[in-house]
Ligand binder design. Structure first.
Ligand code: NAD
Ligand code: ZN
Length: 340
């Protein structure tokens, strides 16, 4: 650790609408952890929500919180139980720490671990900082051909992979996706990579629909158009909009699947009779598990293009602008580079 400083800069959310760049000790990796010099961190809607509201549901910002959970970097030190040969590796961070011993963890469904500690979810700090630590097996090596930005965006890509897996997307699938934000667009890219032959995406923003074809969509439709006659194998909601969910369900073929990714429509009236008559499967998704190896393969093989999502980059002093970049026309994904 001789070349690693004692102190570092980190962007701290003090309370709603209040950000500062704080001075903190560089974290020391525990025995099973690695220390990562952070390269790129994507801004997610949840980061923006913590900034503008100071909370997400029961998670309230009560002490300075470092935001950011879509991160990449380089391993600069390892804990005593980790192979020192990992120092120097470029990695994508899977930003979660599960207990490893509960029923869900043992089944491999570690995203459902009740003890989950997730980056940038109070009181767990995230990655808008010069350095972070993570358990060694959650720091995934990336090939040289994958950019630091793309390595950071393995996180939202994982959401798309998990959604397509839950939706059973496969060769020849017809898929309807509501919402052409970063999540809807990566989901479309994954559906294409999985072999879907029809990928219909809807949004209320013409600007977002305009880029959908570059991300694999075979049709981009304004949400005001009817999708009812689409007869798709799977419908994935990446909008969180109640009307979009309600409109998508009748488009699904008998025995097809509905996967709810978007957050926001907490209570909804469902066409129960339709779900019964067609024996539709309906599930929510909570992040992802075991998706990083596939995410990295898809990007390395050129089947998914994450760099195409990046529209803006900012430094650590500019995190507020990064969090509000979603308001800029044409913005898709803003990235924070702590060392910029
Ligand atoms: P985003 O806000 O950038 O994208 C949502 C898109 O939906 C926007 O482009 C918006 O115009 C569009 N939209 C709004 N109303 C619509 C309608 N009626 N029909 C069709 N489209 C409509 O957000 P994002 O970053 O792409 O994330 C998408 C959603 O996924 C968010 O709700 C986010 O919180 C959620 N999310 C869930 C998980 C999970 O684990 N379940 C993980 C990550 C993100
Ligand atoms: Zn667990």
């Amino acid at each position: 650790r001789t070349t690693i400083p004692e102190r570092m800069r980190a962007s701290e959310l003090l309370a709603q609408d209040s950000l500062t760049v704080g001075d903190r000790p560089v974290p020391v990796p525990a025995a099973d952890e690695v220390l990562i010099r952070v390269a790129s961190v994507g801004v997610c809607g949840s980061d923006t929500h913590y900034f503008t509201h100071g909370r997400i549901g029961p998670f309230v910002v009560e002490q300075p919180l470092v935001l950011g959970h879509e991160a990449s970097g380089v391993i600069v030190a390892v804990g005593e139980g980790v192979d020192a040969a990992r120092v120097g590796s470029r990695v994508s961070i899977e930003p979660q720490r599960a207990c490893r011993v509960c029923e869900q963890c043992k089944k491999g469904a570690y995203n459902l671990c009740p003890e989950m500690q997730f980056f940038a979810t109070p009181p767990i700090d995230g990655a808008f900082a010069e350095y972070v630590t993570i358990q060694s097996d959650y720091a995934h090596d990336i090939p040289d051909s994958v950019s630091a930005h793309a390595a950071a965006l393995m996180e939202p890509l994982s959401v798309g992979i998990w959604a397509c897996q839950k939706a059973g997307v496969t060769a020849g699938s017809r898929v309807l996706i509501a919402g052409a934000g970063p999540i809807g667009l990566v989901t479309a890219q994954v559906a294409r990579a999985f072999g879907a032959t029809e990928i219909i995406i809807t949004d209320i923003s013409e600007e977002r629909l305009a880029v959908a074809a570059q991300h694999g969509a075979t049709r981009a439709l304004h949400a005001s158009e009817s999708v009812e006659e689409m007869t798709v194998d799977a419908f994935i909601d990446a909008s969180g909009a109640g009307p979009a969910i309600r409109a998508g369900i009748p488009a699904v073929k008998p025995a097809g699947r509905i996967v709810l990714v978007g957050l926001g429509a907490d209570e909804l009236t469902l066409p129960v009779n339709l779900l019964q008559n067609r024996e539709l499967w309906l599930t929510g998704v909570f992040r992802y598990a075991n998706t990083w190896p596939l995410a990295i393969e898809l990007v390395a093989a050129g089947r998914v293009n994450l760099d195409a999502l990046v529209t803006h980059t900012f430094g650590l002093d500019d995190v507020e602008n990064a969090l509000m970049a979603g308001r800029i026309p044409g913005a898709l994904k803003a990235i924070v580079e702590p060392w910029r």
